[in-house]
Write a new protein. Sequence first.
Length: 509
Amino acid sequence: MSGAALLLAVGVSLGLAAEGRDGTVRATIDDAKAIGEVSPLIYGGFIEHLGRNVYGGVYDPEDPTADEDGFRKDVIAAMKELAVPCFRYPGGCFTDLWRWEEGVGPRAERPVRLDPAWRQKETNEFGLDEFMKWLGKVGADPILCLNLSTQGAAEAQRLWEYCNFPGGTTMSDRRRKNGREKPYGVRYWCLGNEIWGPWEIGHRPADRYGVDAREAAKAIKTFDAEAKTILSGSDGPDWNETALSIAWEYVDYLSIHQMFNRKRMLPFVRCADRLTRSIKRAAATCEKVRLAKKSEKRVPLAVDEYIFWDGDRRYRAGEDWTKGRHCLEQDYNLRDAVVMGDVMTVFHNHADVVKIACIAQSVNALAPVRTEKGGVLWRQTTFDPIRYASAYGRGTALRLKTEGNEADDVHASVVRRADGSLAVFLVNRGEKEHDFSLVAPGKWRVAESREIAGDPEAVNSPSAQPVRARPTDDVAVGKDGFSVSLKPCSWLFVLLARCDEGVVIHFED
Ligand code: AHR
């Protein structure tokens, strides 16, 4: 045990609150009541044709890192490091005018268009087949977002047929001619994007959307009864209830989007609380509609966009209507890392209802990974909290009983993994240090412990990465669990292994 940990253990046992510290938070695992299985799909990504997410991010044939298909190998490696299981594609607002057929076939014949959503040029060099090929290299599955703004059920069926039918029809044979013999087996379909929002081309009231979504979902499910459809929901309950009531029979998930506004949601470090409220509200609506329908089916949630943004589009001068323009490229600081860690605890602690979540977005635009030309890639502050959650937070989310957390500074989640180890995720959102102890019956050793702490304003850049998850030896294992001091505005990860059992460590630095 380090000197600091020993002091802490003595301090905790004497019930002392050292100067600058704010009480001891004690969490006990309520083993009898697991929350639920953590769906791996909560660690999803999002590739929208937006700024340099695709062009200059995922795809950049001129870059020295490009592989034979023009995909940046360093981006592929970073996505694998995050173990992203699925990516939503191709938008977002971009989907409103997405004509998927323009992005397949010989590149020279693909139309060049203007995309009004992001005032950019879309050359269609990167389209559906390129996305699928890229997914194969990353090892992830697609969540395709249907254009239900300016298209409908007929186009959805054509897209399904292109993607999923073995052959012998015009659409499936077109895929084969384009180089992909085997069907892609796309399973997840978003029924449009944010159609509740007045900014969307195709925006309409919930009752009209409900009918259109139902018919598109029906069209897809006529072909594949196992297909999973995701209804576009809003943060307001009325829209959700109306649309869900109309489309219920054909819907498998209700989507909600969460924008964490870095300028308006103050104090920003606590903004994951709004996510908790939104999840509870949306889950309650699903339950209300289920009861009204007398349905056995449960409709869980897909938080298929969560966004850390300050509202500024950050367009670069002189790039209007160009391909791969700089857009939404936001620097994140250490506080954002704590918020990201908090978001992960919220997902774990609602593992019973949140079954899909996608960060918006994955590369460059509002993303944990940024690139520059010439093989430069860096990990933003938000990268490691996702990486550790994705690597270790798979298994059963356990319920915690917490005492001494009156200021609600400390948030924690615990996932019991298949090998019996416990992955513990912690954030201290307060301005003072907190002593924390976890009571987990058993004999444990610390297999891994990492911390992000320091100046809340610190950012990563291509030349310096001060905000990464660093090993810490401050975790003091006791008879039944561990104790640790949580620094102000910090994130901590602890992997507890049973003393008599092995533990699978997913990666080493
Ligand atoms: O993620 C950026 C944008 O935010 C998406 O295009 C849209 O769906 C959301 O409003």
